[in-house]
Unconditional design. Structure first.
Length: 239
């Protein structure tokens, strides 16, 4: 479980840094703040920053609720088919490997190329509820980057055979995605600068995560990841 938790948090960070999420962060924050990017980038108004952060919390709560619910559902499936966990692990490993190959660009899966983007204008009418719903819509619009990574975490939840484990995994994944987003909500000027200077390098983050998924998929298929988790549990009990 300790191994899976670490992987889930790193997966959340990788999702944030993926090209199809990181490049859209300014647009989402512009919506949440109700101000244009130029205003946010050049403003030190604490009231604007606080308001953006509050709406940012509503946004991350929205996608976290969806992700955690998915984790609970995946774990319930795994719990029902617990006796078939070895087969599920092998099947999940194959799926994770395929998604990893997709992310590296070795080949592309067409339905994973479709992504949802927020269509909103800065200054449009919004409240905490609409910000929360924007988070829900964000989670529903799995992009080519989020889909494979999130599917990997759901695969771990399915093979865990525990409802609590699934909730923990997706909660940790959500925190890995939410924490840098909230930091960006405060320092949007820095994020815009990074995107302008290093945006093209985000592709390499996607490729790197694809390679990680392929490796973990192989570990899942051969049962190595489960043995690593058992070893980690043994060490924790020993301590």
């Amino acid at each position: 479980m300790s191994v899976n938790i670490g992987l889930a948090f790193l997966a959340g960070l990788a999702s944030f840094l993926s090209p199809c999420v990181f490049s859209l962060v300014p647009a989402y924050i512009s919506y949440l703040s109700g101000h244009s990017i130029s205003v946010l980038k050049n403003s030190n108004d604490k009231k604007i920053q606080l308001n953006t952060l509050i709406h940012g919390f509503a946004f991350v709560l929205g996608f976290s609720l969806v992700f955690i619910t998915l984790g609970l559902t995946a774990s319930a499936i795994g719990f029902v088919f617990y006796n078939a966990r070895i087969v599920l692990a092998k099947l999940g490993g194959i799926i994770v490997i395929i998604f990893g190959l997709h992310m590296t660009g070795i080949f592309r899966i067409p339905f994973l190329e479709v992504e949802f983007r927020a269509q909103s204008k800065a200054g449009s009418k919004r409240n905490l509820l609409t910000s929360l719903m924007m988070g829900v819509f964000f989670s529903a619009g799995w992009s080519p980057c989020i889909g494979p990574v999130l599917s990997f975490i759901l695969t771990l939840a399915v093979n865990g055979g525990s409802l609590l484990e699934g909730v923990k995994l997706l909660a940790v994944y959500s925190s890995g995605l939410a924490i840098p987003f909230l930091i960006a909500a405060i320092g949007i000027g820095w994020v815009v600068t990074v995107i302008q200077k290093y945006g093209k390098f985000m592709h390499y983050v996607e490729v790197f995560m694809g390679i990680i998924l392929i490796i973990v998929g192989i570990l899942l298929f051969f049962g190595v990841l489960e043995r690593l988790n058992q070893f980690g549990t043994f060490i924790n009990l020993g301590l």
